[in-house]
Design a protein around this ligand. Structure first.
Ligand code: AHR
Length: 514
């Protein structure tokens, strides 16, 4: 009898909680002042697992269809994202990478051991020329991560000369011998990576001095302007940021920050696909914690640099789960709707801090961590995270529109957070784009959006959702999670009402009139 009553109460609770809640968003469409840096939508490719080899590069002789060694399917998918910037060659790999091993005739390049990532043999067949040519094909800025941990100042100086010098200089001539007459353009250069850890286990004071020394010799050849990025803090290491800002100041144009949505660095990080609702909510809370973390780093930067000359570059972020069982490729993980939410929430946050956050690079582009793309031999699939990037790309370079949100909250352990996350921008043609995520796993939301005095014309949209939070795409079923047209909007008396289902991400496009 007791049991029946309890079951009835549970059913009642479920029925009651399944009712849509009404949330309100006010978009201050007339108050847009800052531009969303397109580099916030940046990517990262490391010599790790099958990101480069097998994922991007298969070599010219591969039976996998390729263009000069780059696989065609991956190139085409990446072109769709309009990638603004690609970081390479690491990560931890960067501080053991000696660029001269990766130039010249491929069959003559020396091999090395990739000590950071499984001790596999790296044959250096993908090197500087292959990376810069890839960026040209993708139309993105290259972001080079230089070796401070185990490399010399001379090595880094010559790398910049090899890439950017147009003159009759030794390194420019070496580049010409390797088949490239014209220099490439290089804007972003990272001076070391995680120099507190895999990049040399340094103290912030010691690294500050090394930064000053190495960056001095990164010369600007023939009109090439460098944007130098110092290796920054991980997560909550505010002391690192404080020391670098104090010691280096505006000798750097950017200071990096790494933040992973991850259970910790020791032991299991949890399965990418097998999780329950409590794990999901924990993930949302941990992901959203990036906002106070970013704010604290920004507050320190503001103290030393009120004019915002130095950018905060979140050049590694995303989810980090246990490696997929049965797959022999370091840090290869599946990607579900849960990961899609981490992408959507993070990008909404980064847009908000665009005046200081000049770039972010999700880790990583193919086959590693929160990837856009997974490959298996000749097969390729697009992950839910890829679809979020495609739905959000409309914000790149658009004017950020501030907003206020009133909505339900969710909780995980001691954390309480909003069930709805959103971002809005206005593009050069006057179109407004709104990205919305309803992270509530059970409740639909009715969201009333007020755009101040803007007259709303046509509204169209795309939705990414699935029946379950662990839904993901496989090589057998690559289209389980994919965006479809969204019809749940209505405009009445100047208010846009959006009926967003539980666990869904939406991108809306609005034409506006007077
Ligand atoms: O992205 C994987 C690794 O995470 C990078 O190599 C390193 O910088 C970070 O610890």
């Amino acid at each position: 009898m007791k049991k029946t009553f309890l079951a009835f109460m549970c059913l009642l609770t479920l029925t009651v909680t399944a009712q849509p809640t009404t949330s309100k968003i006010t978009i201050h469409a007339d108050q847009g002042k800052k531009v969303i840096n397109k580099e916030i939508y940046g990517q990262f490719a490391e010599h790790l697992g099958s990101c480069i080899y097998g994922g991007i590069w298969v070599g010219e002789k591969s039976p996998i269809p390729n263009t000069k060694g780059y696989r065609n399917d991956v190139l085409n998918a990446l072109k769709q994202l309009n990638i603004p910037v690609l970081r390479w060659p690491g990560g931890c790999f960067a501080d053991e990478y000696h660029w001269m091993d990766g130039i010249g005739a491929r069959e003559k390049r020396p091999k090395m051991v990739n000590n950071n990532w499984g001790g596999v043999v790296e044959d250096n067949s993908f090197g500087t020329n292959e990376f810069f040519n890839l960026c040209e094909i993708l139309g993105c800025e290259p972001y080079l991560s230089g070796n401070v941990g185990s490399g010399t100042v001379e090595e880094m100086a010559k790398w910049v000369e090899y890439i950017t010098s147009a003159g009759d200089s030794p390194m420019a001539n070496l580049r010409r011998q390797n088949g490239r007459e014209k220099p490439w353009k290089l804007k972003y250069i990272g001076v070391g990576n995680e120099s507190w850890g895999c990049g040399g286990s340094m103290t912030p004071d010691y690294y500050s001095d090394l930064y000053r020394r190495y960056s001095t010799y990164c010369r600007e050849y023939d009109g090439n302007k460098l944007f130098k990025i110092a290796s920054g803090a991980s997560d909550y290491d505010y002391k690192w940021t404080e020391t670098l800002m104090k010691n280096v100041g505006d000798r750097m144009q950017g200071l990096s920050l790494h933040y992973y949505t991850c259970k910790g660095w020791n032991g299991s990080k949890g399965s990418a696909t097998k999780f329950d609702k409590a794990d999901y909510l924990w993930t949302m809370g941990k992901c959203l914690e990036i906002e106070p973390v970013v704010k604290k780093h920004i507050a320190i930067m503001d103290k030393y640099d009120p004019q915002q000359k130095v950018g905060l570059m979140v050049d590694e972020w995303g989810t980090w789960w246990d490696q997929e069982p049965g797959i022999n490729s370091a840090l290869y993980q599946q990607n579900t709707m849960r990961d899609a939410f981490v992408a959507a929430l993070s990008l909404n946050i980064f847009n908000k801090y665009t005046d200081r956050v000049k770039m972010t690079n999700i880790a990583q582009v193919v086959n590693v961590l929160q990837a856009m793309i997974l490959t298996e031999g000749p097969k390729m699939l697009l992950t839910p995270t890829y679809h979020v990037f495609e739905m959000y790309k409309v914000h790149m370079g658009a004017t950020y529109l501030p907003m206020d949100i009133q909505c339900d909250s969710l909780a995980s352990n001691d954390k309480k957070f909003a069930a709805v996350s959103a971002s809005a921008s206005k593009d050069a043609n006057g179109k407004i784009h709104i990205t919305l995520a309803n992270i509530d796993p059970d409740k639909d939301q009715k969201i009333e959006i007020d755009l101040a005095n803007i007259k709303i014309g046509n509204v169209s949209g795309t939705i990414l959702t699935a029946n379950t939070l662990d839904a993901h795409n496989t090589f057998e079923n690559p289209a389980t999670v994919q965006p479809v047209a969204f019809k749940g909007t209505k405009v009445s008396k100047g208010v846009l009402t959006v009926n967003i289902p539980a666990k869904a991400i939406i991108s809306l496009e609005l034409t506006t009139g007077k």
